[in-house]
Every structure is written in C-alpha cells, then in structure tokens.
Write a protein that binds this ligand. Structure first.
Ligand code: ADP
Length: 238
C-alpha cells in the first residue's frame, strides 16, 4: 500500500490535510456558446459550455411549464494516462446525471417554459475530483450565459487517506485512499446539491469530512466570484 501522508502530516504533493489544490477559473472562453468557463483544479483541466435556453428537439421531450436540462460530461481520450475510448462510459453517463441533478436545484427552470438548456463538459486533463471541478465550471458557465440562478454552485471532495480525513483528493489519493466524498454546495443558500460517498467512515469522520468539504467549497466560491467579476470588469472596459 502507498503511504499517502508522511510523518510530518504532509501529503504526496506537499499539502496539509485541509489544503486545496490550486484553482484557476476563466469565464467566457467559447465564442459560440451562450456561456462558458474553463477551470484548472489541481491537474484537472475542464471546459464547460452552456447552450440555450433554446427550442426543444425532439418535441416530445418538451415540458409546457419549465425548461429541461441536458448535460453531457465527457473525458477526452487524451485526458487520462492511458487512452480512454471516446465513447461515453458508464461512469460518464452517471456523472452526467449527477451533474444535471445538482444544477437543476439552482436554476429557475420555470422562467423558461418549453425550452432546453444544454450543458457540455469536456475534461481535457483529469485528476481526482473532476466531477466537483466540473460543477464549479458549469456554474461559472451558467452565470456567464445569464440564465436565472438562485445561487452559484461550487464543488469539492473530501475523503480519507492513511486514516485521516483530508480535503480535495488528488488522483492518487482518490485511487489509493480509503474514501471519497464529492460535495457540491450553494454557498449563499448554505445548501448541498450533490453528495456522493464511497468508503467506510465513522459518524464522526463523516461530519468532519462534510465540514472540511464545505470549508473547501467556500474557498473555491471566492475564486469563482473573482473570475466572474474579472469577466464583468473586462467587458466594461471594452
Ligand atoms: P472524479 O474525477 O469525480 O473523482 P472518479 O472518482 O470516478 O471521479 O475518478 C477518479 C479519477 O480516476 C478521475 O478524475 C480520473 O483521473 C481517473 N479516471 C477515471 N476514469 C478513467 C479512465 N477510464 N481511465 C483512466 N483514468 C480514469
């Protein structure tokens, strides 16, 4: 078994148990999308693009009093160490579903009856926690598109490695650690929109992991807010 935390309490990449990986967000990166964003979260490099609200095709999918949301999370074949086949895997289908459900909570869908909002997520390079980084990027792209939202959403996982609760797992911590808990969070409403869990935690560990993930999410929210402000001020200058 790989030792993930050394005797000084440092993780393989030098972080302490409660430190995030570096997060960078850029808003408005795809010309043809209604809203878009690029995120680097650790080694994750992800683009999210929003199209719509627009007319629904095929028509039988239409809902008369609200918009429907469609989401595709896709890992590019070159995003992993070993080439990943381009067709969607079961994991990508599951992540597409959980991302869609997480964002449906935050949108005022009833403001856009009979329409569809398409959200595409392309993982260019993957590290652990790509679903969490994707939700942050989606939220930036949705805000960029101008679709009415109740709050922003940010995503960050916590987990367990070498018996310790840690924040924001990297790929190796995700694979070799004892547990992983992705959390998406609406910071102003103080509500969780996604919580998945894999591993065995005691009740105390679960509470600690949840608090840590929320703390990490609040820090990512600050980065997201700054990225949106940056886009806004840049547009003002033009
Ligand atoms: P998340 O990216 O949300 O943590 P998982 O826990 O399912 O999702 O995956 C952890 C990591 O495993 C991914 O971020 C990625 O780096 C890696 N991974 C996922 N699928 C593959 C694959 N088909 N081939 C190689 N690596 C993969």
């Amino acid at each position: 078994m790989i030792k993930l935390i050394d005797e000084n309490g440092l993780r393989l990449d030098g972080r302490r148990f409660d430190e995030l990986r570096p997060v960078k967000i850029e808003v408005g990166v795809i010309k043809n999308a209604n809203g878009s964003a690029y995120i680097e979260h650790g080694k994750n490099k992800i683009v999210a693009a929003v199209y719509g609200p627009r007319e629904v095709h095929p028509k039988h999918l239409l809902i008369p009093d609200r918009a429907i949301v469609r989401c595709r999370y896709h890992m590019s074949p070159f995003s992993t160490e070993e080439r990943k086949p381009p067709q969607p895997t079961r994991r990508e289908i599951e992540i597409s579903l959980v991302l869609r459900r997480a964002m449906e909570c935050v949108l005022f869908l009833e403001e856009y009856p009979r329409s569809i909002i398409d959200v595409y997520v392309e993982v260019l390079q993957s590290d652990g926690g790509s679903r969490c980084a994707s939700i942050t990027a989606i939220s930036a792209a949705l805000a960029d598109s101008g679709i009415s939202m109740k709050d922003l959403i940010v995503g960050c996982a916590s987990g367990k490695a070498d018996g310790q609760i840690i924040l924001d797992l990297s790929d190796i911590e995700d694979k070799e650690g004892e547990g992983d808990m992705p959390v998406a969070y609406m910071p102003n409403l103080d509500k969780i929109t996604l919580l998945q869990f894999d591993g065995i935690f005691s009740e105390e560990e679960f509470k600690k992991a949840l608090d840590l993930a929320i703390m990490g999410n609040k820090k990512i929210y600050e980065v997201l807010r700054k990225a949106l402000m940056e886009k806004y001020f840049k547009t003002e200058e033009k």
